[in-house]
Ligand binder design. Structure first.
Ligand SMILES: O=C(O)CCC(=O)C(=O)O
Length: 441
């Protein structure tokens, strides 16, 4: 890159750093506020109180839980479930899903066609001389794969290690302790199974879902999950997200602010997953194929057990775990914000026969003044028509979850044509309008 460009990149980088610092500050403040809330006695009360006090995003979830009974189906982990996980010689009917495991071709690591999930280097993104080429790499990863691995990310190793340790420690606790933060009936947050679907089949996993800020407090009171580690990690993940999004804006040819502002002060959800090993791994599924509902997902793998698979051109590509990286993926809202330039791609988790797998996943939300819609600047830059209609955030969330019930993705509710074709093909006997109320007849 020439000197002029180099200087521009340097200035952009400095602006980026300032913004990241700003994000850190405001998030820490909010965290502190959350921690200062007087502790009510019961866990449920605690959840409710913080939901009401912290952010509209959380209120949205609460309203959705009330209005959309069982739209998100999470079940408590019982002694029987824990015993099934421990034994795994005989798979209980509710976990038995060999057809789903075998649906689609899996590209082997050793197949002729050598592949590796694109690698993006934060060090190079931040280097004015190398930024141009690396931004192009980031852009093509988001267009072609919807996923990339981030190396040289610059996140404090101690923060990452504490998060890993804390998560591993939590899942190693006796069930009795983990149940003190169990998911409530019809609820989303807390410890339980990952989503079960209309089929009634359950994922071979135990997970904790945290809508940021609120459960930190609850978990600190209830069990040995290090809330300080969560707090620091969450702050780091916000700054990292802001930095990545700034580079995405550069790739999309718009001002950094056009995309960054959609993420600013937005909710962040954290999921901790533990996938126990299963002696019959081709009979169970760790996470059903899905796309992510929010905007940008950052995944940290605690160990080196493989399991994540990404769909590309109709085939499943297993991700090879790589030390010191984060796996980043475009989620549904970012696909809409970029008017489909970046793709939110289906992925799933399969189970290992002997080794357990643990991950920490941060989901970052975004919206444009409360709406989910393509960014004007992106449309202008490309002289393109909006491919997605504008939808209110709460409507979006309802649509996203009702789609989950139908094992569909949110794109169904924003891109009507895609939805109708998709729904009719997958559910020939279903009234698609009842299934997706957002569709226009
Ligand atoms: O644990 C993983 O590898 C993937 C998790 C995931 O896809 C999710 O939480 O939505």
């Amino acid at each position: 890159m020439g000197g002029g460009n180099g200087q521009k990149s340097r200035m952009a980088r400095e602006r980026n750093m300032e913004k990241a610092k700003g994000a850190k500050g405001s998030q820490l403040e909010t965290n502190k506020k959350a921690m200062n809330i007087q502790a009510p006695k019961g866990v449920t009360l605690c959840l409710n109180k913080v939901i009401l006090d912290i952010s509209t995003g959380c209120r949205g979830i609460q309203a959705m839980e009330a209005s959309n009974k069982k739209a998100v189906n999470r079940d408590a982990i019982t002694e029987e479930v824990a015993a099934a996980f421990a034994e795994s010689n005989v798979i209980p009917e509710r976990y038995y899903r060999p057809d789903e495991v075998n649906a689609g071709i899996v590209v082997g690591y050793d197949d002729d066609e050598a592949y590796e999930l694109p690698v993006v280097d934060m060090g190079r993104l931040l280097d004015p001389e190398l930024a141009g080429a690396e931004i192009a790499k980031l852009g093509s990863a988001c267009r072609d794969w919807g996923f990339f691995q981030l190396v040289s990310h610059g996140i404090d190793e101690q923060v990452v290690n504490e998060m890993k340790d804390s998560t591993a420690r939590f899942f190693s606790l006796p069930l009795e302790s983990k149940k003190t933060v169990a998911v409530r009936e019809n609820g989303i947050e807390g410890f339980g199974h990952h989503y079960s679907r209309v089929s009634g089949k359950l994922d071979w996993a135990e997970s904790v879902i945290l809508v940021l800020f609120l459960i930190l407090f609850q978990v600190q009171v209830a069990v040995d999950l290090n809330s300080d580690a969560l707090d620091k990690f969450s702050v780091e993940m916000t700054s990292l997200t802001m930095r990545i999004v700034g580079f995405m804006a550069a790739d999309l040819g718009v001002e950094q602010e056009a995309l960054v502002r959609a993420f600013r002060d937005s909710r962040q959800n954290m999921l901790l997953h533990h996938y126990p090993p299963c002696r019959l791994p081709d009979k169970v599924i760790g996470i059903t194929p899905h796309t992510d509902g929010l905007s940008l997902t950052v995944l940290l793998q605690v160990d080196d057990t493989p399991g994540l698979q990404i769909k590309k051109d109709g085939r499943w590509f297993p991700v090879r775990p790589r030390q010191g990286t984060f796996i980043i993926n475009v989620a549904n809202i970012l696909e809409v914000l970029t008017n489909g330039a970046y793709r939110s791609v289906e992925h799933r988790v399969l189970i290992h026969a002997r080794k357990s797998r643990t991950t920490v996943v941060m989901f970052h939300d975004a919206h444009i003044d409360g709406m989910v819609q393509p960014i004007q600047e992106v449309l202008k830059h490309n002289g393109a028509e909006a491919r997605y209609r504008s939808i209110e955030k709460l409507e979006y969330m309802k649509g996203h979850f009702s789609c989950k019930v139908c094992m569909q993705t949110f794109m169904c509710t924003t891109s009507e044509v895609k939805c109708r074709e998709h729904a009719e093909a997958k559910h020939p006997k279903t009234d698609v309008y009842q299934c997706f109320p957002q569709l226009k007849k």
